[in-house]
Design a protein around this ligand. Structure first.
Ligand code: HEM
Length: 466
């Protein structure tokens, strides 16, 4: 087999870190092909691009890619615990438990849908209160999606002006900023000892500690009554604590169902499941403002199928074809998570021409699929109708992988899809979104970090009349 190509000379200590930029990755793929290796500080990494290769590696070599690298995020923020950081059998246990629980929340009496609809309704009233004056929606949307995740986890919600939620979202925002600006901590663990905390190690640790303390106060362990015979649950904490007690009762010790994993799992759900959704909803508004003919078409379809008197329900989805295509295109075009969460190869992985060496950090470039010319033809044009056939039916394209692919893909994909459908549907139905000033459109170019975030912009939300 051949040695993996590299993007250039690896410098002592930093390796290729001085060359590494997200914007640089399409050019590297063109020059080096779908797979290449990189030395990022002390971490040997392999980057995977393109649907075929990503599919082949993640699906066929899943068992060799269950672990996370021992970097700052997993070691210091998640403390090697919880759904996003565990590997092996303990990850499988957490994943199966959470997956079946989330599924149960969405069947029968769909408590997930009820919660999202309630939150969407609150969101509409706060937007309405601005009476068409220019408004930056990102903060309001963030509170709403945070409430959905709080509901799923603790069966709790907060008002927009609640001090605790303002304080909490301040932590989340700062954490995301620092995870980008201090990304070097992932590759050079020694930097945590840098003088004057210039890499913000202590600040990050202190934010993570405060987030853990806040989460623990919301868990409210002492006031939770556990009944081992309960089978139906309204929130994750209750189900998790009950399962912990059951395992204890049965004397099972080799289990991930313990407090350390509960805490880190909840932290991961907040980190993975709020910013991502909020950014996608705000991108949808940005695209509606930029492409008013599409916004009209969305409203006309919703008006025809549902009218404006009752909110959209998940049962309407199959009839709202253009709207479904719009959401797909929003996720493709926005590419909110450019690179999936890094894995670590626990064995040599042999491919036709190359080997991914055991111990490498494997990086999965989702951007390379969502923007692949060979899959989409014109990937840089926002065009929802690429997901519709000549009869107007929705086309499912295998390359639409905003949630990753394989058994360790996004845990919250179904919840996320429901949130996007219900929140964006409610917004389209009730308001027409206009730019802050006529003829001055907000930029489509986002800020790029761990996630893509729309640059701040304001809209006028004009209530649609009956
Ligand atoms: C539009 C919204 C979202 C997007 C684009 C998104 C995207 C992703 C991606 C790309 C991954 C990495 C997959 C991989 O490595 O192959 C991921 C992982 C994950 N996501 Fe999401 N996500 C979203 C919403 C959510 C929500 C709402 C939740 C919470 C329920 C969530 C929870 C998670 C968790 C826990 C993981 C780690 C899974 C594991 O390690 O097994 N995500 N997500």
């Amino acid at each position: 087999r051949n040695p993996l190509p590299t993007p250039g000379l690896a410098l002592p200590i930093v390796g290729h870190l001085h060359l590494f930029r997200i914007e640089q990755l399409p050019a590297w793929r063109k020059r080096l092909g779908d797979i290449y290796s990189l030395q990022l500080g002390s971490f040997p990494c392999v980057m995977l691009n393109g649907y075929d290769l990503i599919f082949k590696v993640l699906l066929k070599q899943h068992e060799s890619l269950l672990e996370r690298p021992n970097n700052f995020l997993h070691k210091d923020i998640f403390e090697h615990h919880g759904i996003a950081s565990l590997g092996g059998e303990h990850w499988k246990e957490q994943r199966a438990f959470l997956q079946s629980l989330l599924r149960a929340f969405g069947v029968g009496r769909n408590i997930m849908e009820e919660r999202i609809e309630r939150e969407a309704d609150y969101l509409l009233s706060t937007i309405d209160a601005a009476q068409g004056e220019p408004l930056d929606m990102s903060g309001l949307v963030m509170v709403s999606v945070n409430n959905v995740i709080c509901g799923v986890i603790f069966n709790k919600r907060f008002n927009q002006e609640d001090k605790i939620i303002v304080y909490w979202l301040g932590f989340v925002k700062r954490l995301f900023q620092l995870l980008v600006s201090s990304a070097a901590l992932n590759y050079f663990p020694i930097l945590k000892y840098a003088p004057l905390d210039i890499f913000h190690y202590k600040e990050l640790k202190s934010i993570s500690k405060s987030m853990r303390e806040t989460i623990w106060s919301w868990v409210d362990r002492d006031n939770r009554k556990i009944n081992l015979t309960d089978e139906a649950f309204e929130d994750i904490v209750q189900a998790f604590l009950t399962e912990m007690e059951r395992k204890k009762e049965k004397g099972i010790v080799n289990t991930s169902m313990n407090e350390a994993n509960l805490m880190s799992t909840l932290l991961s759900l907040f980190i993975a499941g709020s910013e991502t959704i909020a950014n996608t909803i705000v991108f949808a508004v940005l695209y509606m403002v930029n492409f008013p003919h599409l916004q009209d078409q969305l409203f006309r379809e919703i008006d025809d199928v549902i009218g404006i008197d009752r909110p959209p329900s998940i049962l309407d989805k199959s009839k709202l074809k253009f709207f479904s295509a719009f959401i797909m295109e929003t996720q493709r075009f926005a590419r909110v998570v450019p690179i999936a969460i890094d894995r670590q190869a626990t064995k040599d992985i042999h491919l036709d021409d190359y080997t991914i060496p055991k111990g490498s950090t494997v990086m999965v470039n989702l951007d390379s699929v969502l923007r692949d010319e060979s899959a989409w033809g014109d990937p840089d044009i926002f065009r929802p109708d690429r997901f519709l056939d000549a009869d107007g039916s929705v086309i499912v394209k295998k390359e639409l992988i905003p949630f990753g692919i394989g058994k360790r893909n996004c845990l919250g994909d179904a919840l996320a899809s429901m949130e996007l459908f219900l929140f964006i549907g409610a917004l389209v139905q009730k308001f027409e979104f206009l730019p802050e000033k006529d003829n001055e459109l907000p930029t489509l170019v986002p800020n790029v970090g761990i996630t893509r975030v729309p640059k701040p912009f304001k809209v006028r939300a004009i209530r649609r009349q009956k």
